[in-house]
Design a protein around this ligand. Structure first.
Ligand code: SAM
Length: 221
């Protein structure tokens, strides 16, 4: 009764471990956040394991089905659309429920690999011994409070941001008088990978002269 939590690439499809490929081939079912997205990866590596969709708001009946498969002795792997499951992605809620229902009988096994937060921290040049990861910031209510917390944070702060909000969020940080070093990592491991570094004004200037399409991680020193 094993559930493998398998990290998949955050862009470049070659960023997957040999062990991850073995596990995805060997398990009875792969739980996918979005089966259409995962098909690209699974087809590239000729993985024919049947898939089951599982996302954060999957119905209770889906969780029941997963539990009964595990009780039958099946091995499962969970993957998300990109990166490490459970990191701003589905996973935690399912694991919590499985531990409640199955206790020590179930083994939850990590298969480590890519994650955008760690990739961005690793190239940031900022302190990484103590950092606070905020995931996605709230859209409206509470956002300013968190941005102020980030400004006052004595540790490095890191968060995920979308194409639509990156400029708005950075503008807000400038308005709130952020004085720290900023690193914005865009489209890591992909064709248009770009890293913007500097103070908030320099980073905003660079971004305003560039396209702001893509996926972003913001690291603040
Ligand atoms: N579980 C994933 C992980 O381990 O990185 C994160 C999933 S979260 C739903 C998606 C967000 O992660 C994106 O909106 C973006 O902020 C960040 N992200 C994912 N891939 C990225 C990449 N290649 N470059 C920069 N940021 C990325």
């Amino acid at each position: 009764m094993n559930l493998y939590i398998v990290a998949t690439p955050i862009g470049n499809l070659r960023d997957i471990s040999l062990r991850a490929l073995d596990i995805l081939k060997d398990v009875d079912f792969v739980l996918c956040e979005d089966t259409r997205v995962s098909r690209v990866l699974l087809e590239k590596y000729q993985i024919k394991t049947p898939t089951i969709s599982y996302f954060q708001h999957s119905k209770v009946s889906k969780v029941r089905k997963i539990i009964s498969l595990l009780e039958e002795g099946k091995d499962l792997a969970l993957i998300s659309d990109a990166g490490t499951p459970g990191i701003s992605d589905p996973g935690n809620k399912l694991i919590d429920q499985l531990l409640k229902d199955l206790g020590d009988e179930i083994k939850i096994i990590p298969i480590p690999g890519a994650s955008a937060v760690i990739s961005a921290l690793s190239i940031s040049g900022l302190r990484t011994d103590k950092y606070v990861f905020y995931g996605f910031l709230p859209h409206k209510k509470g956002k300013e409070t968190i941005l102020k917390e980030i400004i006052g944070n004595k540790f490095t702060s890191v968060f995920y941001e979308s194409t639509h909000r990156i400029i708005k969020t950075l503008n807000k940080l400038q308005e709130l008088d952020l004085k720290k070093k900023v690193v914005v990592a865009r489209e890591l491991t992909k064709k248009f990978e770009t890293v913007y570094r500097g103070d908030i004004e320099q980073v905003l200037n660079q971004l305003n002269n560039d396209t702001t399409k893509g996926e972003f991680v913001v690291v603040i020193g």
